[in-house]
Design a protein around this ligand. Structure first.
Ligand SMILES: [Zn+2]
Length: 140
């Protein structure tokens, strides 16, 4: 878990450094950075295009890594909650952000719909064999 947190920090740091590098390059190469696509110098336009493509590629890779971390989290979270980790992994990969939102809704519902103890009426886990509050044992 500590390792995942560290790699996340490195990714964010890397993305920040790349963004600053890209922006400063664009700013120094063009008199007016926002006018760079209208430049009359084809060489400068080519360099801008290359830089933009490079930045896009880096962000795509960073986004891809973040997305893998999200998919791993969904897989582990689903397994922890007694759902099929593989199924939810596929849903998140296929549907992307929509799949992640569906999972967040489903996992929230699962938590809220836990049954109540017939003895004391308090919310208890779905698979509890005895009430954690009043210690009443349940027949299967
Ligand atoms: Zn109880």
């Amino acid at each position: 878990m500590k390792r995942v947190k560290n790699s996340k920090k490195i990714i964010i740091l890397l993305a920040g450094v790349l963004l600053i590098t890209a922006l400063s390059t664009i700013a120094s190469a063009a008199d007016n950075p926002w006018d760079m696509w209208n430049t009359t110098n084809p060489e400068a336009a080519g360099a801008m295009f290359g830089m933009a493509m490079f930045t896009c590629a880096i962000f795509a890779i960073v986004w891809f890594i973040i997305w893998i971390l999200v998919a791993i989290w969904v897989y582990k979270d689903a397994n922890k909650r007694g759902k099929s980790g593989v199924l939810w992994l596929i849903i998140v990969i296929l549907l992307g952000l929509i799949g992640l939102i569906i999972w967040l809704v489903v996992r929230g519902e699962k938590q809220a719909s836990s049954r109540n103890c017939p003895n004391c009426g308090r919310g208890i886990p779905e698979d509890a064999r005895s009430c954690p509050y009043c210690n009443k044992k349940f027949e299967e």
